[in-house]
Design a binder for this molecule. Structure first.
Ligand code: AHG
Ligand code: MN
Ligand code: MN
Length: 331
């Protein structure tokens, strides 16, 4: 993929995008989002960590950084000339940017995922999902690109346009240069990242978690979706789940701008992403802020989660109030 003669570290994001067989407008869009991330970095490093005094549709207090990051991205997308509609975690509804769809893209994004972790100096990220044309309420399988930026000890950007998953790091000149391309995930992992309160786990998820712990997998959970997924992608092993919980059947994470883009990237890397019954990418969103349970990472581990749920919650549904937590498999 990289150009002969050039060491891959000199390949910047724009050059790498030009090597993909994609439209110039999509290249422009992705590079504009990458540029916006540099202003978000600055706002995280120096910005006001306080509360913006407003709340989003979920009734979650918007931190000043959430609103600031949202504005930075919105402005870039607005001026890009290649965007039809946008939608974000911080917006109440889809915002039309251009009346015509031809040659344009629609973008759903989480401007600052894990924002509540900034004041404890943990890693946070921006998550972006891109569809061709005007329609954002499509199954994630129809995305033409997905990316995230991870604001950690290093700032890195991971993208795919359907031809593998590639990682870039921001250098001292504020350029994203290629670190590695065509990242692959193994079929079975050795770490797990269990979200949500354990005491609210349903029998199948509880049994799956017990199985993983009996298998001796290591627990790695930061509370930030982007760093938690990034760890599984780059270590090539593991499973993250934010499951359906007792009293929260759809879990916590939003389909449009958290789960679909991450599922697209992980499937491009040879992993899997499920809501416990079917692939995340096959879910038809019925509303812009819909949530779904998620099990995402190594293919075999995701399939095993589905098997435990099927066995404990579909074939033999628990009586109300009862929970069995013995493991199903000994291996
Ligand atoms: P956001 O900050 O955009 O609302 O997302 C936070 C999400 C996600 O980053 C993480 O996986 C999950 O919240 C963690 O939830 P808990 O704090 O309930 O573990
Ligand atoms: Mn989020
Ligand atoms: Mn967010």
């Amino acid at each position: 993929m990289s150009q002969p003669g050039k060491t891959k570290f000199q390949i910047d994001l724009r050059r790498h995008l030009r090597e993909q067989d994609i439209d110039d407008n999509l290249i422009h869009l992705i590079t504009e989002i990458a540029e916006a991330s540099k202003y978000i970095i600055n706002s995280i490093r120096t910005g006001d960590l306080g509360v913006a005094g407003t709340s989003n549709l979920y009734g979650e207090k918007q931190l000043a950084l959430d609103v600031l990051a949202d504005r930075i991205l919105r402005k870039r997308l607005d001026h890009s000339r290649v965007v039809a509609n946008i939608m974000s975690e911080e917006m109440d509804e889809i915002i039309p940017i251009s009346p015509d769809c031809a040659g344009k893209y629609s973008v759903a994004f989480d401007p600052l995922d894990g924002s509540s972790l900034v004041d404890v100096n943990l890693a946070v990220g921006t998550i972006v999902s891109i569809f061709e044309g005007c329609d954002l309420l499509q199954p994630g399988r129809n995305q033409v690109a997905a990316l995230y930026v991870l604001y950690g000890p290093r700032t890195t950007l991971i993208y795919s346009t359907g031809n593998g998953v590639h990682e870039f790091a921001l250098n001292t000149l504020m350029e994203y240069t290629l670190l590695q391309e065509n990242i692959k995930i193994e079929s079975k992992g050795n770490l797990y990242s269990p979200g949500g309160q354990r005491n609210l786990y349903t029998p199948g998820v509880e049994a799956f978690t017990n199985h993983l712990e009996e298998r001796g997998v290591k627990l790695r959970y930061s509370g930030g979706f982007v760093p938690d997924i990034n760890q599984i992608l780059l270590k090539g092993r593991g499973i993250f789940y934010y499951p359906h919980l007792q009293g929260l059947p759809q879990g916590k994470l939003r389909l449009l701008f958290e789960l679909s883009p991450m599922a697209y990237l992980i499937e491009q890397a040879g992993g899997a992403a499920s809501n416990g019954h079917q692939p995340i990418l096959d879910l038809q969103p019925d509303q812009i802020h819909g949530r779904a349970p998620v099990f995402i990472g190594c293919k075999e581990d995701v399939a095993l989660a589905e098997e435990f749920i099927r066995k404990y919650e579909v074939e033999s549904p628990p009586q109300v109030g009862k929970k069995s937590s013995k493991a199903v498999h000994s291996n």
